[in-house]
Design a binder for this molecule. Structure first.
Ligand code: NAD
Ligand code: UD1
Length: 342
């Protein structure tokens, strides 16, 4: 199949391009580079040994997107493009709603006009809010999000469901990611946060590489075995393969499907610090700070539905996740280099 990957220069998108091409799919990437580097594309070409068609375009720019659809005629879209910094979304809600929701609506209009009605959407475990059931199954009701970023995911799920309901020619897969970490084994592509990392693993690797002094652990008084927050960390390559599996199951009439993509295993912040130290031999000094507003105590998936219906399950363990995160960070201490962003 020919797949248009929006946000394909980003962390998860770039890894998904590799896995799609490994399965024989043709790929084209659209990315505005608002949160990624053009250097990703030659690195993808080095990994895959093939050309990766790349369009520097914003999904909100309908004219450019129409031209891309005419040139590429994709069978399906995997839609990663979006802004994802939780704290920033609290400061800039209008920008987040406009980019994530406005951008997706424009993309859907262009898709409909082009007659391409197959889409896989990057959603998040954040739509469960403070989860009513642990482990979280897809039947768990959606909850109250704690920030505008989370609401963009929750609202886009609703918009995509409504569009599919109104026109059954649409095939929509909502993938709810848990906590992606790790990197491609080559160490040449990985997560490249701008500024102070929001997420745990990039913060740990930046402490380990000497860019930051100490990890701040946000609270050790949660109702968890060691008091620190518990999450479901998943290797980004496993996550990427989840998209390939979802694509394989997409066929005319498959309708709306929702899958958690996680491992089903919960690790605390301290578990991750210790696993990282054991896997890499590098010490991670930490201090205990206040809880971060909006954090929940425990969030991990039941990954059974994706296993049952897609034949997919995560393969890489926490040691592998830590090693691959560290390989990427130590080979690229400054990510792709800040001067290349945008
Ligand atoms: P990322 O920032 O690395 O990738 C997103 C890409 O989209 C970037 O390359 C950015 O330049 C691009 N982009 C943003 N707005 C755009 C626009 N209007 N037009 C074109 N390109 C645009 O983030 P990621 O971690 O790879 O996440 C990919 C998707 O998965 C996002 O939608 C994110 O919200 C979602 N998600 C991520 C996580 C996570 O922990 N990383 C968890 C759940 C869901
Ligand atoms: C966060 C976002 C969520 C988003 C997800 C992926 C919040 C409230 N939630 O989820 O909306 O979908 O990232 O981008 O921001 N931690 C520390 N120190 C740090 C960083 C994190 O102790 O410097 C702890 C957190 O308190 C948490 C765990 O590590 O217990 C994981 O945090 P993080 O990587 O930010 O992911 P989530 O909070 O699950």
């Amino acid at each position: 199949m020919k797949i248009l990957v929006t946000g394909g220069a980003g962390f998860i998108g770039s890894h998904t391009v590799v896995e799609l091409m490994a399965e024989g799919h043709e790929v084209a990437v659209v990315d505005s580079l608002v949160n990624s580097s053009a250097l990703v594309i030659p690195r993808l070409e080095a990994i895959t040994g093939k050309a990766v068609p790349f369009y520097k375009a914003d999904i909100r720019d309908k004219e450019s997107m129409e031209k891309i659809f005419e040139a590429e005629r994709p069978d399906a879209v995997i839609h990663f493009a979006g802004l994802k910094a939780v704290g920033e979304s609290v400061r800039l809600p209008l920008e987040y709603y406009e980019n994530n929701i406005g951008g997706t609506i424009k993309l859907l209009e262009v898709m409909r006009k082009a007659g391409c009605k197959n889409i896989i959407f990057s959603s998040s475990a954040t739509v469960y809010g403070d989860p009513a059931i642990i482990p979280i199954t897809e039947e768990c009701p959606k909850g109250t999000c704690t920030n505008p970023y989370g609401w963009t995911k929750s609202m886009l799920e609703q918009i995509l469901s409504d569009i599919q309901f109104a026109d059954p020619e649409w095939n929509v897969v909502l993938l709810r990611y848990f906590n992606p970490i790790g990197a491609h084994e080559s160490g040449t592509i990985g997560e490249n946060p701008s500024g102070i990392p929001n997420n745990l693993m990039p913060y740990i690797t930046q402490v380990a590489v000497g860019r930051r002094d100490v990890l701040h652990i946000f609270g050790n008084d949660y109702d968890t075995p060691d008091g620190t927050g518990v999450r479901d960390y998943i290797h980004v390559v496993d996550l990427a393969r989840g998209h390939v599996a979802a694509l394989k199951k997409m066929e005319p009439g498959s309708g709306l499907s929702i899958y958690n993509l996680g491992t089903g295993i919960g690790y605390s912040v301290l578990d991750i610090v210790h696993s990282f130290e054991e896997a890499t031999g590098v010490k991670v000094p930490y201090v205990i700070d206040e809880r971060r507003p909006g954090d929940v105590a425990v969030c991990y998936s039941s990954a059974d539905k994706a296993h049952r219906e897609l034949g997919w399950k995560a393969e890489y363990d926490i040691t592998r996740m830590c090693r691959d995160s560290w390989r990427w960070q130590s080979m690229n201490p400054n990510g792709y280099g800040d001067e290349d962003m945008g």
